[in-house]
Design a protein around this ligand. Sequence first.
Ligand code: COA
Length: 260
Amino acid sequence: MAYSNLNSEYSNGITTITINRPTKLNALNRETIQELHEAFDEANRDKNTKVIIITGSGEKAFVAGADISEFADFSVAEGGKLAAEGQRLLFDFVESLSTPVIAAVNGFALGGGLELAMACHFRVASSNAKMGLPEVSLGVIPGYGGTQRLPQLVGKGRAMEMIMTAGMIDADQALSYGLVNHVVPQEELMTLCQTIASKIMRNSSVAIGEAINAVNANYSDGVNGYDVEIKAFGKCFGTADFKEGTSAFLEKRKADFPGA
Ligand code: COA
């Protein structure tokens, strides 16, 4: 499908989605959020896509936040709706996809940009990346899950400091906080993400989807993650991937997962 604010390209099991509003530092306006929803949905449904990588176009920004020009004159009701719709269409949606999503953070990831990176299953950053939740400097709070996912990833105290100061941390500090898994020079960022993706692709996509769901259960209100894990574990025994994975091991050969 053709999009106006992003590119989505498939190659070798990976769909790479690149947000393409470089003159606005890839800020997330309503149309971009809708298109991202469609692009993620399309990639997740595509049987050939084993991993999704999301990044920003240009060398300066992953995403510099929600598009401030769009909501500057919003009312209380409109503000609430903006957050609710965004979380449903993009942030919660990405987090719960069964296809692994890697954020390739190639520059500023601020506000909604960091929230998008945090909704992904994990993050890899280029050494020039800068991350923060500057919303309180605008008189608002993070509304796309930032107050929830940042403490999950870096701990409550660090999250409180980042949110209250509205400051930015650099890639090395993000690495030491556990907010990103790896930091590399910008020219190596996509290659590293592709290398990690190729390791993921060797494994059962069905089992990976179940694992994502079980890990996420730990962060869902009123859900017992251990119960979700037990059910998902049992379910795997009925899959063709499980038969292939265990047979291949016992026959001392490489598994060729059917993905079912
Ligand atoms: N929403 C809308 N437009 C944005 C934007 C955002 N979140 N972030 C950047 N832009 C636009 C700028 O308005 C500017 O547009 P213009 O050229 O039409 O004036 C363009 O992107 C380039 O940004 P600029 O501020 O000139 O770049 P810079 O290198 O001086 O600063 C940042 C980079 C990221 C520090 C700065 O753009 C910034 O603070 N952005 C807002 C971050 C933010 O508060 N995000 C949270 C939103 S809730």
